[in-house]
Design a protein around this ligand. Structure first.
Ligand SMILES: Cc1cc2nc3c(=O)[nH]c(=O)nc-3n(C[C@H](O)[C@H](O)[C@H](O)COP(=O)(O)OP(=O)(O)OC[C@H]3O[C@@H](n4cnc5c(N)ncnc54)[C@H](O)[C@@H]3O)c2cc1C
Length: 376
């Protein structure tokens, strides 16, 4: 039996960031990873973005983005951190009103942004179609390569003494984690950072939300910012319907990463030709020159969605009476962005320390009432 202060189950970007944060604080950390690939982290787009679907989402993404910026200069080249900035695209006057509303919210909360009129948008991104109304530039948003970031956090945690176990956890409760290979780990606390997988705590209120991404050949200079249509927010809000939205990311290699789709109720990891077609047609409708480009690879991944679209960070109270269980899960489409903020909140919670932002909106216990309401 091996003994730790904390065992983190799951070495996606969230588990790795948590393991590093706890190791930095001097805790004895064990990390368990049972998959051949890193779940959603290997499939994600890598946009590090301030999002304002809800005030709590805005606070956490703003906090997390600031943590990414603080360590940007110390990240290895492989993480490909680039402060490309985001432009939220308004297709018409109605969406332009949303641009102004978003700008006002950002200004109130200290997020730097600038409204672009139609001519300024064309100057910023000449390959967009020319009849768009304008946009909102958020210059401090960034782009990273998520698997490399997870690998870096993991190696930092290991350098600080954390032990990695490459086997699947088959049981985790009351301070004990049993691995498929027969190893037994003991810890005061167990953090479940298992992405979409709920085998270790079936009460986890998570739904899988499938997404498709496509990557093109190299077209250096074609795109300067992450571009997202404002309709993306509406599509990300929808709780049941399938949707696609224009979302394109420049990579350091000159490649273009094109997204994105959102689907519930499709557990098949295979590419859905119909939704892929819709997604690519949507992209071409915003950037017509994409039609002549080569797509090199298409893949899918699953986001772990909660009912209120906020992550579960903290003790599993309410979902389990096992006081050793903590959660870092349910990050949906923002786990890359929020990994650093989540790691800080978790550490503060474990040390019973006042966090820099209010941890209340992300505590798992909130789900109990919501699940009852959803069932009613
Ligand atoms: C198409 C798509 C685009 C996205 N784009 C973005 C984006 O631009 N920006 C952003 O911020 N987020 C984005 N996301 C979301 C982001 O990828 C996820 O929120 C994030 O990767 C979740 O990280 P995680 O560590 O919680 O889970 P995961 O990356 O899924 O990691 C969980 C890990 O736990 C392991 N595991 C599970 N159960 C066990 C067990 N019993 N024993 C041992 N190991 C176990 C798994 O093998 C896996 O490695 C996107 C997601 C998708 C699908």
């Amino acid at each position: 039996m091996k003994s730790f202060d904390i065992v983190v189950v799951g070495a996606g970007i969230v588990g790795c960031a948590v393991a590093r944060e706890l190791s930095r604080a001097g805790m004895r950390v064990g990390i368990v990873e049972g998959g051949a690939h890193r779940g959603a982290t290997a499939a994600g787009m890598g946009h590090v973005v301030v999002m304002d679907d809800s005030p709590a989402q805005l606070v956490l993404t703003q906090y997390s983005c600031s943590l990414w910026r603080k360590e940007a200069d110390h990240l290895p080249v492989a993480v490909e951190y680039e402060g490309f900035g985001t432009i939220w695209i308004a297709a018409n006057d109605e969406e332009m009103e949303e641009v102004h509303a978003k700008h006002a919210i950002y200004a109130q909360t200290g997020v730097v942004s600038a409204v672009l009129n139609a001519a300024e948008l064309v100057m910023a991104e000449p390959n967009l179609r020319k009849d768009l109304a304008g946009g909102l530039l958020v210059p401090h948003d960034a782009v990273i390569y998520p698997p490399a970031a997870a690998e870096f956090f993991l190696s930092e945690a290991q350098r600080l003494g954390a032990a990695l176990f490459r086997s699947r956890a088959v049981q985790a409760s009351h301070g004990e984690v049993s691995l498929e290979d027969g190893t037994l780990l003991q810890a005061e606390r167990i953090v479940l950072a298992t992405g979409t997988e709920c085998d270790l705590l079936s009460a986890l209120p998570l739904q899988k939300r499938k997404g498709h991404l496509a990557i093109t050949d190299r077209y250096p200079g074609f795109l300067c910012h992450q571009l997202v249509e404002l309709g993306y927010l509406k599509s990300a809000h929808k709780l049941v319907a399938d949707s696609v939205a224009f979302n394109i990311q420049p990579r350091q290699t000159g490649q273009l990463l094109i997204g994105s789709s959102r689907q519930y109720g499709d557990d098949d990891p295979g590419v859905d030709a119909a939704i892929l077609r819709q997604m690519l047609e949507r992209a071409v409708s915003y950037m017509p020159a994409l039609a002549g480009m080569s797509v090199l690879r298409v893949w899918t991944g699953f986001r772990a969605a909660t009912l209120d679209k906020l992550p579960l960070i903290g003790p599993a109270a309410g979902l389990s009476d096992d006081t050793s269980l903590w959660l870092a899960a349910g990050f949906e489409g923002l786990g890359i962005t929020n990994a650093l903020g989540a790691a800080r909140l978790l550490l503060d919670g474990l040390l019973n320390r006042t966090p820099e932002i209010d941890a209340g909106p992300y505590l798992p216990a909130r789900m109990v009432n919501r699940m009852e309401i959803a069932r009613a």
